[in-house]
Design a protein around this ligand. Structure first.
Ligand SMILES: [Mg+2]
Length: 196
């Protein structure tokens, strides 16, 4: 049995894809580093940008905002053998829509949804490595390199999630021991290999 920390945005939920779609449909001016693109977002104020992201995600109906491919089959299988925790950068401000989404697609599969707290945007009270230590996580699945490095330095196993090799933001230097998964079938195989 392993304790597995699973990130939410872009690991379980297709967040960036959804925001790009929303931005196009509503002709909003925000553009940012998207799928297969190295372009950074152009909004100057980070806080404004994050509010926009939160609003966009929070107003998606859970029934039409579907999780990433294969997660609905694989998460329950993993939950039978392991203890699963969602470790998200989202704050308690987003608790209600986040819980609703998780309960819709993954009812009773997770031990807990661990939200973040900010001092400022992107400045966490506790970063992911500290959260993983707190919950005694054996392996973290995440799409953000900072989180991967942070956990690696704390000797936690890491799987970098780069769905269909489309996540431009994952293409940096990674620790030697970090595995890269391109879909959830690969994630589950890697977890089974670790659990021996
Ligand atoms: Mg993420």
């Amino acid at each position: 049995m392993l304790k597995i920390g699973i990130d939410l945005d872009n690991t379980l939920a297709p967040t960036t894809e959804t925001i790009i779609k929303y931005t196009r449909e509503t002709k909003k001016k925000y553009t940012f580093k998207g799928l297969n693109s190295t372009k950074q977002y152009t909004i100057e104020e980070k806080e404004k940008f994050y509010n926009f992201v939160n609003q966009t995600i929070n107003q998606q109906h859970p029934k039409s905002f579907l999780p990433i491919k294969d997660t609905v089959d694989i998460i329950p299988k993993l939950a039978k053998k392991h203890k699963l925790y969602i470790l998200t950068g989202r704050t308690h401000k987003n608790e209600k829509p986040t819980k609703k989404w998780v309960d819709t697609h993954f009812p009773k599969q997770f031990q807990k949804i661990v939200f973040s707290k900010y001092v400022n945007v992107e400045q966490y009270i506790k970063n992911k490595g500290q959260r993983c230590k707190e919950y005694k996580i054996d392996v973290l699945v995440d799409d953000v390199l900072d989180n991967i490095w942070d956990c690696h330095k704390k000797e936690i196993n890491t799987i970098l999630f780069d769905f269909n090799k489309q996540y431009s933001w994952t293409k940096g230097k990674i620790p030697k021991t970090t595995k890269i998964a391109h879909d959830w079938i690969q994630v589950s195989e890697m977890i089974e290999e670790m659990d021996v």
